[in-house]
Design a protein around this ligand. Structure first.
Ligand SMILES: *[C@@H]1O[C@H](CO)[C@@H](O)[C@H](O)[C@H]1NC(C)=O
Ligand SMILES: *[C@@H]1O[C@H](CO)[C@@H](O)[C@H](O)[C@H]1NC(C)=O
Ligand SMILES: *[C@@H]1O[C@H](CO)[C@@H](O)[C@H](O)[C@H]1NC(C)=O
Ligand SMILES: *[C@@H]1O[C@H](CO)[C@@H](O)[C@H](O)[C@H]1NC(C)=O
Length: 369
């Protein structure tokens, strides 16, 4: 696998060959669907070492890019390991050791990644699309933040083919997520008669509220799509997502291998190959919940409909995404010495180029959130 340090995104247009027939593959519901879903995860699993190496190379390249590619000056931006490096280290038993560690964090040590984890974030296919996808209107761009307030969040998303374990260039990665207080662009408020709605107590939408309708057609913030570069990578600049009733913090993603760019720089999809969601470790979520403006989320203290943690996620979306040894969470590092400098999250999507899926949201089926 060859990785260069250039991350220039190629804005390509891929011809729309045919309208895709409706073949529904959203969140698995039957035993057979679940079995197929778990099979796909195991099929992708053999790529774990390749993905770990891929992620390390991406971290290095990103650091070089940010530092202007000066190899001699190359002190990488990242501290070694995860955000929880900021916490007290049980290994560091003396004050001196802690001070040393503090220095190391503030000095932004080079990336040292020696372990290849079998849990490297690979997203297996087919987790629900949910009600907040816009079939029209996701602009092709790298910076999706617009004027939304929140913690700077850089997403580095790689796409690999699970049959070859090789990166997939020029494939459209399409993402959308909620703002710091849990709203999606275009869906600002619940309908007036739903303002005091309680989450469903049972049935397919257990734990969830009715979806907020799309009332502001032109809003595009925190939505965007970009084709992977020659290394199979896209980077998005955004804010860290907020949360809403019934759902753990997540970022939605779709991958299209055929699309047409429209005159206003949005696109229409020709063929969808992946629908999924990325999550964030709850230890980090807990820290970010305390930061402004995440701390303003009006549901934070509402009993029964407030903060949802990963393992309580509605529709078992997080749980199922975990099956087969997967960790569907971003591999996250700080961009600077402190949390408020922002974060970069690495994730890799494993796709099967021979399979196609179409995810639809049917409000009556309860699928999606
Ligand atoms: C872009 O153009 C398409 C097709 O005319 C339209 O449906 C869509 O709403 C437009 N999107 C934006 C953000 O203007
Ligand atoms: C999130 O979006 C909603 C709807 O547009 C808006 O009312 C709210 O102020 C936004 N949150 C933040 C933190 O800006
Ligand atoms: C990954 O490693 C963990 C701990 O070493 C192990 O429990 C788990 O079964 C492994 N996952 C797979 C899919 O082999
Ligand atoms: C990819 O999809 C094709 C067609 O559905 C299937 O035959 C093949 O087994 C899949 N490959 C993997 C690695 O899952």
């Amino acid at each position: 696998m060859k990785l260069t340090t250039t991350f220039t995104a190629i804005l390509g247009t891929v011809a729309l060959s045919s309208t895709f027939p409706s073949k529904v593959a959203s969140h698995p519901e039957t035993k057979e669907e679940l079995a197929r879903f778990f099979d796909a995860q195991s099929a992708a699993y053999h790529c774990a070492p390749a993905i770990a190496a891929y992620t390390v190379a991406r971290k290095r390249s990103w650091a070089q890019k940010v530092l202007g590619g000066d190899a001699l000056q190359n002190k990488n931006l990242f501290v070694d390991g995860y955000f929880d490096d900021m916490g007290l280290d049980s290994q560091a038993s003396t004050i001196e050791a802690l001070k040393e560690k503090g220095k190391r964090i503030m000095a932004c040590d080079p990336v040292v990644e020696t372990k290849i984890r079998n849990s490297t974030c690979v997203l297996a296919p087919e987790v629900t699309q949910g009600p907040y996808y816009h079939t029209e209107g996701h602009p092709i761009r790298s910076n999706i933040a617009e004027w939304e307030l929140g913690l700077h969040f850089q997403m580095d998303i790689g796409v690999i083919d699970i049959e070859t374990c090789e990166p997939v260039p020029n494939i459209l990665v399409d993402i959308w997520h909620a703002n710091a207080t849990g709203h999606y662009a275009g869906h600002p408020d619940p309908a007036p008669h739903l303002v005091n709605e309680e989450p469903a107590k049972s049935g397919p939408r257990k734990g969830l509220l009715s979806a907020f309708p799309r009332t502001v057609q032109e809003d595009t913030w925190l939505r965007g799509a970009l084709p992977t570069d020659s290394n199979g990578i896209v980077q998005f600049t955004s804010i860290f997502p907020g949360y809403y009733t019934g759902r753990a913090t997540h970022v939605h993603v779709k991958v299209h291998n055929e699309w047409t760019v429209l005159p206003n720089q949005t696109f229409t999809s020709g063929n969808l190959v992946h629908t999924g969601q990325f999550f964030v470790d709850d230890k980090l979520n807990e820290q970010i919940d305390k930061l402004w403006p995440y701390s303003l989320n009006p549901i934070r203290d509402l009993p029964g409909r407030g903060r949802t943690r990963n393992w309580e996620d509605s529709l078992n979306i997080y749980q199922d995404a975990h099956e087969g040894g997967y960790v569907p969470t971003f591999d996250i590092e700080k961009l600077g010495g402190v949390l408020t400098d922002g974060l970069i999250g690495y994730a890799t999507i494993g796709i099967n180029m021979s399979a196609s899926v179409e995810a639809v949201w049917n409000p009556n089926s309860g699928k999606g959130a």
